[in-house]
Design a protein around this ligand. Structure first.
Ligand code: CDT
Length: 307
């Protein structure tokens, strides 16, 4: 058995006015609680340190850049990294990254048990739109504020297994999981901020959104025989509701833990990476069963074209 006692740490709402330091304080308290439950690895949400700012339309780049981190860790976030190191815990967390060259990414990192950053992922499937859209009930401006990630979907040897990362909308795309599956991934961590109502179809509410979220994470886990650890930023941020539904999904596609609130909450599960072996050597033994001679359209065509 190769067990990672894993904590998915859901964060309740973060308001526009909340400081990075106040969020980091909350995160440290949750990390301490997860440690008490025996966790050695913690998964935090997408854009962990701030409100989900892409819902706000901004034209002034100085105002936009206030939501971004120019280095990681930095003065505000360092206490979290120090506490994780004290506890000997690895972490996955998401943040808005502003590079020294002035590039903007929706990013996540993976740390080892000494709080060294050993992996970086930049969100590839950016949802939403780039310009103000008055037909939507709320804005989702990720395409305005971020460039698509340029690092692919790498997999790292860490924490005794093969670890991968994704961010929010990536979880809806089978390609995300399969590219990591083809590198043998055993555990995928992902953070999300999912509005509770579809901005273009108001009858699609939280129940449907939770259904699609579970469906995506469960099928990704099953079809690639890996663990999926999904951490929400949840609850009402300045009047805008986000779903909860943080999950731990096993390599058979079963949900083994799910959050019950839309607030700060911890899920802890003993994830045995050896549970991936059965699926990877039988029905999803890619080397024996995949038929790549028929998959060309997946990388040669972006949009659907009828014959
Ligand atoms: N953060 C993020 O990627 N949210 C998307 C919302 C899609 S609707 C524009 C999600 O997939 O949950």
């Amino acid at each position: 058995m190769r067990k990672i006692v894993s904590a998915v740490i859901q964060l309740g709402p973060i308001q526009k006015a909340d400081s990075r330091s106040s969020v980091v304080e909350r995160m440290i308290a949750l990390l301490d609680a997860a440690k008490k439950e025996g966790a050695t690895y913690a998964v935090f949400p997408e854009l962990t340190f701030t409100t989900f700012f892409p819902r706000w339309y901004m034209e002034d780049q100085v105002e936009v850049d206030r939501w971004f981190e120019r280095s990681m860790p930095n003065a505000a976030t360092m206490p979290l990294f120090e506490r994780a190191k004290e506890h000997g815990m690895g972490m996955y967390l998401g943040y808005a990254e502003l590079t020294p060259e002035g590039r903007h990414f929706n990013t996540s990192i993976l740390t080892d048990t000494s709080s060294n950053i050993i992996g970086k992922y930049r969100k590839i499937h950016l949802p939403g739109h780039a310009e103000y859209d008055d037909k939507r009930t709320h804005q989702h401006l990720e395409k305005r504020y971020f460039e698509p990630g340029d690092l692919g979907f790498p997999v790292w040897r860490a924490h005794g297994g093969l670890m991968g990362m994704a961010l929010c909308n990536d979880r809806r795309w089978p390609e995300t999981y399969r590219v990591m599956g083809l590198q043998g991934v055993e555990m995928i961590s992902l953070g999300f901020n999912t509005p509770s109502v579809n901005s273009q179809r108001s009858e699609e509410g939280a129940e449907d959104r939770l259904f699609h979220h579970r469906l995506s994470c469960q099928s990704g886990a099953y079809q690639n025989a890996c663990w999926v650890l999904a951490s929400a930023k949840a609850g009402v941020e300045d009047g805008h509701p986000l779903i909860g539904g943080s999950l731990i999904v096993d390599p058979n596609g079963h949900i083994v833990a799910e959050s019950k609130t839309e607030d700060d909450e911890i899920l802890v599960h003993d994830c045995d990476l050896d549970q991936c072996n059965f699926g990877k050597t039988t029905i999803f033994d890619f080397a024996r069963h995949r038929r790549i001679e028929h998959y060309g359209l997946i990388t040669s065509r972006v949009g659907a074209e009828a014959p």
